[in-house]
Design a protein around this ligand. Structure first.
Ligand code: F6R
Length: 242
C-alpha cells in the first residue's frame, strides 16, 4: 500500500488522476471501476479537463460503478446513474453503452446483482476508484460485510444515510434505506485500487484502514492485503497517519 498525503482536496484529486492516467495511457481499453459521492468529483474534473485538452480518450474504456440506491428512479438527480452522467460521462467520450451502474430497480434485485458480479468477473477492473465512509465502508459494504461477498443488496446504516442526507435536502427520510453494491471480493479482484479520502470526518477510518487490524469492523482494512493500492488523502483525512 502506497500512501500519499496531499495538502488539500485539489492536490489529492490531481495525484489520484496522475496515477489513473498511467493506466489509461498504458491501456486505452481499460476497465475503470468508479465511485460516486463528494470525494471523486475533483478527480472526475481532472479526467474531463485532460480529455478536453486532447491528452486522453475514453472511447475504448468500459466503466463499472460500485453501487446504486434501491428504488430511486434513474432519472432522480441523486441516483448514482444521474450522478455519473452529470459529473463525468456527459463530458468525456466514453460510449454510454460501455458504462455500467448496478440496477436498483430490478424486480429481482439479487438476480440483477448476480449478473453484475458475472459482468465484473468477465471484465476485470484495471483500476478501481474508491472513497471511504466515515465507518470504513467501501462501496456500500458496511462494517460486518464478509470479505468474500459479491454484489448484493445492503441495508444502509443510519450513519451512512445521515451522511448522505446532504444530497437529499438534509432530510434523512428521503435517503433510500437500501442499495446494491459490488461486494468486497469483487472490489479486491481489481488489479489496482486508488482510494481517495478527504476531510477530518474520514481521518479515523483512514487510520483504521491503514494501521488497524484487518477486520470486517473496518471493511477498507482488507486493502492492506491487496498487492496494488494507492491511498491519497488530503491533510485532514491523513491527520492520524503521522
Ligand atoms: C460511493 C461509495 C461510497 C463513498 C463513501 C464516501 O459510490 O461507494 O463508499 O465512496 O460513502 O462518500 P463521500 O465521498 O461522499 O464522502
Amino acid at each position: 500500500m502506497i500512501v500519499i498525503q496531499a495538502k488539500d482536496y485539489d492536490e489529492m484529486s490531481l495525484k489520484a488522476y496522475e496515477a489513473m492516467k498511467i493506466v489509461l495511457t498504458e491501456k486505452p481499453e481499460a476497465v475503470l471501476g468508479l465511485a460516486t459521492g463528494s470525494t471523486p468529483i475533483g478527480l472526475y474534473k481532472c479526467m474531463i479537463a485532460d480529455y478536453k485538452a486532447g491528452a486522453v480518450s475514453y472511447k475504448n474504456t468500459t466503466s463499472i460503478n460500485l453501487d446504486e440506491y434501491v428504488g430511486l428512479p434513474v432519472t432522480h438527480p441523486e441516483s448514482y446513474r444521474s450522478f455519473m452522467n452529470r459529473n463525468l460521462f456527459d463530458h468525456i467520450d466514453i460510449k454510454p453503452e460501455n458504462t455500467h451502474v448496478p440496477d436498483g430497480l430490478a424486480e429481482d434485485l439479487q438476480k440483477a446483482a448476480d449478473e453484475y458480479t458475472a459482468f465484473a468477473a468477465a471484465h476485470p477492473i484495471d483500476v478501481q476508484i474508491l472513497g471511504i465512509g466515515a465507518n470504513g465502508h467501501i462501496g456500500f459494504n458496511e462494517p460486518g460485510t464478509p470479505f468474500d461477498s459479491h454484489t448484493h443488496v445492503v441495508t444502509l446504516k443510519e450513519g451512512t444515510r445521515r451522511d448522505n442526507a446532504r444530497f437529499f435536502d438534509n432530510d434523512i427520510s428521503l435517503v433510500p434505506t437500501h442499495a446494491v453494491t459490488l461486494g468486497m471480493q469483487d472490489i479486491m479482484n481489481a488489479k489496482a485500487v486508488i482510494l481517495l479520502a478527504s476531510g477530518a470526518g474520514k481521518a479515523d477510518a483512514v487510520a483504521k484502514m491503514i494501521k488497524g487490524p484487518v477486520s470486517t469492523d473496518c471493511p477498507a482494512s482488507i486493502l492492506q492485503t491487496h498487492p496494488n493500492v494507492l491511498v491519497v488523502t488530503d491533510e485532514a483525512a491523513g491527520y492520524y497517519l503521522n
